[in-house]
Design a protein around this ligand. Structure first.
Ligand code: FES
Length: 179
């Protein structure tokens, strides 16, 4: 008997979840910080197409809305796409005070472990503020900063820094020396 698409999405997700390292979900099954990103990244690493049914299944399992999963997927894609380049892409993980308060110490090692297992050629470096404190934990991939507050990952394309309404001065530390 053929599975309906919703059941197929759930079955695919179950296979991904069974291969995740311990600690992504608590013993009672609740998602921990970064679970949505880790699940999405693991799906991508397995070459799965994140279509509506699988996205719906992930959103339900990690307790976030569909749009958030889409944002997180874009972030995971940016990380994995950068892994295809010849030279390792630099990834700066903010360990500043605010990002640390909001879970960076737990999120970043999990993120690194998923990306390394996916074969991503990244060089990781801890930095101490990407000037996105109110939205962090913040992560800089190449020249793009991504923020993860409240499990939502949104892309910061940084145009706002060039406008009059930018919330941080131009002389901020948004482009840290990664050498
Ligand atoms: S403390 Fe992380 S962006 Fe400022």
């Amino acid at each position: 008997m053929e599975q309906d698409s919703g059941a197929r999405g759930s079955a695919e997700l179950d296979r991904v979840l069974s291969a995740l390292p311990p600690g992504v979900f608590t013993e009672d099954g609740s998602p921990t910080l970064g679970a949505a990103l880790l699940v999405v990244s693991a799906c991508r690493a397995r070459g799965l197409i994140l279509d509506g049914d699988l996205l719906d299944a992930i959103a339900e399992r990690v307790g976030v809305v569909h749009d958030v999963i889409r944002d997180i997927t874009r972030f995971a894609d940016a990380l994995l796409a950068s892994a295809d380049s010849a030279a390792p892409t630099q990834v700066a993980l903010c360990r500043g005070v605010t990002c640390t308060m909001h879970g960076a110490e737990r999120l970043h090692p999990l993120l690194k472990s998923v990306m390394q297992r996916a074969g991503a050629a990244h060089e990781y470096k801890d930095v101490f503020c990407l000037s996105q404190c109110e939205y962090g934990p913040s992560i800089m991939v190449g020249k793009d900063i991504w923020v993860t507050r409240a499990r939502k990952v949104v892309e910061d394309r940084r145009e706002w820094r060039q406008g009059d309404s930018r919330p941080v001065p131009v002389s901020d530390t948004s482009a840290p020396d990664l050498d």
